[in-house]
Structure formats: structure tokens, C-alpha cells
Design a protein around this ligand. Structure first.
Ligand SMILES: *Cc1c(COP(=O)(O)O)cnc(C)c1O
Length: 382
């Protein structure tokens, strides 16, 4: 089904039809105990990720990402940490991009050393800087694109090529772009991870994660997964599969709304700066235009005001809600200095370009006129 369009794959790929119920939806098989021996000669158990409710949704995500195999997890962080544990052993070195998702950054900076893993964090979007950081014991390079909250863009094909040439693995967190907007595997990246909590599920009601890769690379990831045990419950697997059916529609709308809001804010004289890869003024625009099919629903902006003014703006909003997380159908807002980047020092935040008045929007699927009206009346309240 790889050759089908993205919306067709969202609806049909991976779906499991039960011959007894004749249901068109994948059934929720809520059993931890399964008969053995059986015809398939398989020991079925949820933590082995071999119940049809799980494999159906994992298959759907793999087919959306044009990958050979997929695995679903109890959270995005479970997917990320399992991949790192699968490929790294004591004394190995890995190269990470700076400005990754806060939980990943915190794991890399504060925990990986405890396991004897060596890390380097590269504050650059230039692939050559990553190449320079590779040592004899380097096993992988790990990136995100676009990043949170300034939407920095990495050249995926260039990272993949460099990793191949240096015989290391390339891993990307594809949460922000989604498989609708960006196909890392097609660009040569070895492993893509997701916080399914965000766009994949898309309704702000399931904590989950996913990994997609080749058959060969899935072997160590799967082994590690069965040991660490970050399994996604079958009920949540069902919800995730249901959410995925509208991923293409949701993201198409979010691309459209994201672009409209970015342009609206960019043209407003009370707005100092907008960070959105769809704007030509964005540093990563050219690469993003080459490797993405849409620019997504995530953007950040700086009002021409101080923190108090930004807070007045926030409080004046009627529709757009301050809330943690992203990628749902509703438009929500955060101050990265209070949320994703709260644990960094003020100096470190400033160095990364994250001011106290920077606002991040996760644009939903509402009517654009309502979103614009809300922004407009709140900007007047600054
Ligand atoms: C939310 C998020 C994660 C972590 O996912 P959880 O599902 O919360 O564990 C990882 N990466 C990115 C880019 C995220 O936005």
C-alpha cells in the first residue's frame, strides 16, 4: 500500500479485519494470556508487541513513513530512550543537536553519562559541524527538524549522507513534521522516532510513541523494547489508530492555518519576529521547502512588548488556550521559558534565543477567521 496516497494510507494501511466479528475496525484484543501451542507457533503477549491491535497501528505508522517496520510505545520518551539504549553500549559516543525536545535534552545531559555513554551536543544546523564531532567510538547522530520552539531546520539528506559515509546511524525525531509533511526514511535517515501523543494521535488524549526503521535495525530496538517494557496498552493502540485515520486531513488544515497565521503575525506591526519555516525570512526556509511537503502547524513569535505585555496578550485570548503539549485539533499556546525550557538557566535560554516573551503556538484545525479574530483582539490588549 506504499504507493497509495497519504490519506488512503491513513485510513486503510495496516488495518486488521477480524474474520469472526466482520468489524471494519481493528478489534481491541484485551488479553494478556493466549493459547499455546498455536498454529502460528507464536508466544503471544502484549509486551512482545504481537497482538493484532498493536501490530495494526504500528504497521499503519510504518507505511505512512515508508519504512519497513514500526513499533508503538507507551510514550515518545519511551521510544527515544529505547532507541538510544538499543544502539549504545558503555564507552560509545553519540552526537546530538542542541535545542532538542526538553525531555530528550535532559536525558542526554543528565542521565546518559551515568550509563557510560559519551555525548556531544552541537549548537548548529550546519552538517559539517556534526561531521567534525564524530570520533572513533561514535555510533549515532540524533537530530530534530523543525525544532522547538524556533523551528530550526536541519538538512536531512545531508545528515543521512554524512552518517552513511562515517558508518554511523542517523536518528530523527519527526514529531513536529509528521509523516504527512516529511519522510526522513526516503531521505536516507535510518531511524525516525515520534511522540505519538502529538500529531499522530492528534486529539490530546493519548500518551504514546513510535519508532520506524528497517527490518534489520528493528531487531536490536525490538529486543531492547521487550526488556524495557514500554508497551502501549491495546485500548490506547485502538485510539491511536482511530486518530491516525484523519492525520492527513488534520495536518493539511494545520499547514494551511499555520501559514495563514504566520503571515498574519508577520504583517502585524505589534509583532517583532515570527519563527515559521514557511516564511521566506526564516533561516531554514530554503531547506524546509526542499524536504517538507508542508510547513506544519507549529510557530513561535515575539510581540513588540515586554513579558507583561505578552501576558496581557495571553490573558485577553478567548479561543486560544494556554496549555502544555501540541499537535492536537485545538490551537494552544505556551511560553517556552515557562514550559519546555523552564529547566534551563535564563542565560542559557537567552543564548538559544528563547526570551521571556517568546510565545509558541500549536495551530489547530479551527476556522482561520476565528483564530485571526482572537489574535487580533488580544494584540489590541497588549
Ligand atoms: C512531546 C515530545 C516528545 C516526548 O513525547 P512524550 O509522548 O511526551 O513522551 C519528544 N519529542 C518531541 C519533539 C515532542 O514534542
Amino acid at each position: 500500500m506504499k504507493s497509495n496516497g497519504v490519506n488512503t494510507r491513513c485510513v486503510h494501511a495496516g488495518g486488521y479485519r477480524d474474520k469472526i466479528s466482520l468489524a471494519i475496525n481493528t478489534p481491541i484484543y484485551a488479553s494478556t494470556a493466549h493459547i499455546y501451542p498455536n498454529e502460528a507457533d507464536e508466544l503471544r503477549y502484549p509486551r512482545y508487541h504481537n497482538l493484532p491491535t498493536m501490530t495494526a497501528v504500528a504497521r499503519k505508522i510504518a507505511m505512512l513513513e515508508n519504512a519497513e517496520e514500526g513499533l508503538v510505545f507507551g510514550s515518545g520518551m519511551a521510544a527515544i530512550t529505547t532507541v538510544l539504549f538499543a544502539f549504545m553500549k558503555k564507552g560509545d559516543h553519540a552526537v546530538f543537536q542542541s535545542g532538542l525536545y526538553g525531555g530528550t535534552q535532559s536525558f542526554v545531559m543528565h542521565e546518559m553519562g551515568q550509563y557510560g555513554f559519551e555525548v556531544d551536543i552541537i549548537d548548529s544546523t550546519n552538517v559539517e559541524d556534526y561531521n567534525k564531532a564524530i570520533k572513533d567510538n561514535t555510533v549515532l547522530v540524533y537530530i530534530e527538524s523543525p525544532t522547538n520552539p524556533l523551528m530550526s531546520i536541519m538538512d536531512l539528506a545531508a545528515v543521512a549522507k554524512m552518517a552513511r559515509e562515517r558508518s554511523i546511524l542517523s536518528v530523527i525525531d519527526n514529531t513536529f513534521a509528521t509523516p504527512v509533511n516529511q519522510s526522513p526514511i526516503d531521505l536516507g535517515i535510518d531511524v525516525a522516532v515520534h511522540s505519538g501523543t502529538k500529531y499522530l494521535n492528534g486529539h490530546s488524549d493519548v500518551n504514546c510513541g513510535a519508532v520506524v526503521t528497517s527490518k534489520k535495525l528493528m531487531v536490536p530496538i525490538y529486543d531492547c523494547f521487550t526488556h524495557l517494557g514500554a508497551v502501549l496498552d491495546v485500548h490506547a493502540c485502538y485510539q491511536l489508530e482511530r486518530g491516525l485515520k484523519t492525520l492527513g486531513l488534520r495536518v493539511a488544515r494545520q499547514n494551511e492555518n499555520g501559514m495563514r497565521i504566520a503571515k498574519y503575525l508577520d504583517g502585524n506591526d505589534r509583532v517583532k519576529q515570527v519563527y515559521y519555516p514557511g516564511l521566506e525570512s526564516h533561516a531554514g526556509h530554503e531547506i524546509a521547502a526542499r524536504q517538507m511537503r508542508g510547513f506544519g502547524g507549529m510557530l513561535s513569535f515575539e510581540l513588540d512588548s515586554d513579558k507583561a505585555g505578552a501576558k496581557r496578550f495571553e490573558q485577553a485570548l478567548k479561543l486560544i488556550t494556554p496549555a502544555i503539549s501540541l499537535g492536537g485539533v485545538e490551537t494552544i499556546l505556551t511560553f517556552p521559558c515557562e514550559t519546555s525550557h523552564a529547566k534551563l538557566s535564563k542565560e542559557e535560554r537567552k543564548r538559544q534565543g528563547i526570551t521571556d516573551s517568546l510565545i509558541r503556538l500549536s495551530v489547530g484545525i479551527e476556522d482561520i477567521s476565528d483564530l485571526q479574530d482572537d489574535l487580533e483582539q488580544a494584540i489590541k490588549a497588549i
